[in-house]
Write a protein that binds this ligand. Sequence first.
Ligand code: PEP
Length: 249
Amino acid sequence: MRRRLVAGNWKMHKTPSEALVWFQALLEKLPPTGAEPALLVPFTHLPYAAQTLKQRVAYGAQDVSAHTEGAYTGEVSARMLADLGCRYTIVGHSERRSYHGETDALVAEKAQRLLEVGIVPILCVGEPLAVRQVGGHLEYTLGQLERSLAGVSLPSPAHLVVAYEPVWAIGTGQTATPEDAEAMHRAIRGWLGERYGEAFAEEVRILYGGSIKPENAGALFRAPNVDGGLVGGASLMLEDYLRLLSALE
Ligand code: PEP
């Protein structure tokens, strides 16, 4: 059984003090749930996440350096994140791929750095609109996945979360239909099965991301290969985040 996951991607929102208040409110309102709540927050918020969320809510960063240590001004290493108790960290988000020119090879290096310290990468893949319009989305996304995992050694299926995030759906209010999401997730699981074996693939969690809201989450989360969501905008509002968690039940 794959434990379902709602991972909030806060991007560059809220100050650390605002985050602290939000974390405390979340803990007060968090219902007992079989699903796993997680928050991917700016680096500056992580010490507060470590102090407050502890064992009840997983947390992590939105990026990591491909280097282990050294003269890399502005970078944050995987070991630093592990020291703060991060369970997950995003790699390959489309905003980093497009605004910072991150290649699949760089994404693979970052994933490997995380795995070396026991942090689970949430590896983002997904096609832009022009590719979807000409029907090349499966080939594009699976190619991205293959290259982003090249040379990455995964100790177990629990050490990988894949997030399918069609670029045209991120922050646009346009969502993939549950049928389209399911078709892609099935293809991703099929590819993982060919690469790592079927039993392994069955245990890897595959999240959908792209304009998930409490109103559309139920239908998306009912798709058999959708194991939860990577959620941007709707994860910033406590009530919405809690509704998303209950949509996974
Ligand atoms: C994201 O940032 O990964 C994302 C899916 O954003 P949104 O939910 O706002 O589309």
